[in-house]
Design a protein. Structure first.
Length: 476
């Protein structure tokens, strides 16, 4: 038994440390394994408290050992695949919901708390957390720190974190936001004195510290749900309709998508998915309208506005308010049941942020590259999800997605070639952020970011001078 293993066992207990190769290999790959080569850690450590995390970090800092924070194991794009071995810090035993505060509309949670666990507990209090379009077993802390895609994003955006408790690489503790003030009544405000240090630890997967507690926003629970849905052949017209919805701030959530993405959500069997082609046009937009008995008047106004906007557009099908499908009702309330998303094969996507009005341009370039690399366009899903742009500019999430056979080497290589070229193309066209930085996209973006990248790297070097925090994920 190595000296390091004995030290780690002294910290977290013998049962919470392993260097068994059979266990280590279970951490060596994620759902994107056809594109991210499997690489195993040297040790897996399962802490139960912040104090244990601190002790592990002090040891790793002293010994210059890489540490990869790992919240619940629902990972994509190689974010938790170790590039240099080291310690996989599995946080799933830190899974307490420490507070549900309906007065402050906030919760305090540990990193092992899943979205389903949090949503279920919040419902008992008549509230809901930010519900992302990801598996129910994903970590809420991980998703919020990486700014996921949420079903209420239309009015509330993607920023759901208020304050954090972070263990730095040297084992010291940092409290951000109002948590950083000793006489503060709680962690319920994001902004304290000086710069926004909460944001500093977001959107960079575990490369500056370990989040051990998070205070996040809560929202009213809505038990009445409707939607308006319409199909279009003209993407410019679909974008115009979304902009109209946003101008009047109607609806809870809005999404425009290629017919394939819509069919994947709402078609039952795998054969039904492809049969949906052509029935509602090339693209589909849906607007969710939610409320309660107390807000029925507002909902009725929103329904009328939504229907009028669609009726005055050049739509192909739909356009009426009717009860929201049960699958979407459940998804808006609880996290996504992802089993149906693998009916056509393994899932792969390239997501990024850019201006919504450029959607037709991005779509056209996507199609050109997709066909250039010999891929079947009928398997190319594509959607846009705007985030409160009517208040703060045009912040819009784009995703190009597909389903493929991971055992087909030719198809896998075509997707790799497409992705490599697509990373460069979307930057040239004006994308301003990738969703979840990883080596594949950051190697394309960082050289073009000028002083922004230089300052980011300088801050990283200051906080993590030995580069032990999830190395190779951002600065490669």
């Amino acid at each position: 038994m190595s000296r390091l293993v004995r030290h780690l066992e002294d910290i977290v207990g013998e049962e919470n440390v392993t260097d068994d190769e059979e266990v280590l290999w279970t951490y060596a790959r994620d759902q994107q394994w056809p594109f991210v080569p499997p690489m195993r850690p040297d040790y897996v450590v399962r802490p139960k408290s912040r104090e244990e995390v601190q002790a592990v970090m002090r040891l790793a800092y002293r010994e210059r050992i890489p540490v990869i924070p790992y919240s619940a194991g629902i990972n994509v794009r190689g974010l938790c695949i170790p590039t240099q071995g080291g310690i996989m810090l599995d946080m799933r035993k830190m899974n307490r919901i420490l507070e549900i505060n309906t007065e402050m509309m906030a919760c305090v949670i540990e990193p092992g708390v899943t979205i389903a666990q949090l949503a279920s507990e919040c419902m008992k209090h008549g509230v809901r957390p930010a519900v992302p379009g990801c598996p129910a077993t994903a970590s809420a802390v991980a998703n919020y720190s990486l700014r996921g895609l949420y079903h209420h994003q239309w009015k509330d955006g993607i920023e759901n974190v208020l304050s954090m408790e972070v263990v730095l690489p040297n084992g010291e503790v940092l409290y951000t936001g109002s948590w950083g003030f000793p006489n503060s009544p709680g962690p319920y405000s994001r902004y304290g004195q000086g710069p926004d240090l909460t944001g500093l630890f977001q959107n960079q997967p575990g490369t500056m510290g370990v989040i051990t507690k998070m205070c996040a926003k809560l929202f009213p629970y809505c038990d009445i749900k409707d939607w308006v849905v319409a199909g279009y052949d003209d993407l410019n017209e679909l974008v115009r309709v979304i902009l109209e919805f946003g101008k009047y701030e109607i609806g809870t959530s809005c999404m425009g998508m290629h017919w394939l993405g819509f069919a994947m959500i709402f078609s039952g069997r795998a054969e039904d998915v492809m049969e949906f082609k052509g029935t509602w046009g090339e693209y589909v937009v849906w607007l969710a309208i939610e409320g309660t008995e107390e807000t029925k008047g507002r909902m009725e106004w929103e329904r009328e506005m939504a229907e009028n906007i669609v009726r005055n557009s050049n739509y192909v099908a739909g356009g009426e308010i009717f009860p929201m499908p049960e699958d979407l009702v459940n998804e808006m309330t609880y996290p996504r049941d992802v089993a149906s998303w693998f009916r056509l094969g393994s899932y792969y996507a390239v997501p990024f942020f850019a201006q919504m009005k450029l959607a037709p341009v991005y779509h056209e370039e996507t199609k050109k590259l997709w066909l250039k690399h010999g891929l079947d366009y009928d398997t190319c899903g594509w959607f846009i999800a705007p985030f409160d742009y009517c208040k703060h500019g045009q912040s819009c999430y784009y995703e190009v997605e597909t389903w493929f056979d991971p055992t087909n080497e030719e198809e896998r290589q075509k997707l790799i070639n497409f992705t490599d070229e697509y990373h460069q193309k979307i930057i040239e066209m004006g994308a301003y952020a990738y969703f979840r930085p990883n080596p594949g996209n950051m190697s394309a973006a960082l050289p073009l970011m000028g002083n922004y990248a230089k300052l980011w790297k300088a801050i990283k070097d200051l906080i993590d001078p030995h580069d032990i925090m999830n190395p190779g994920k951002v600065f490669v």
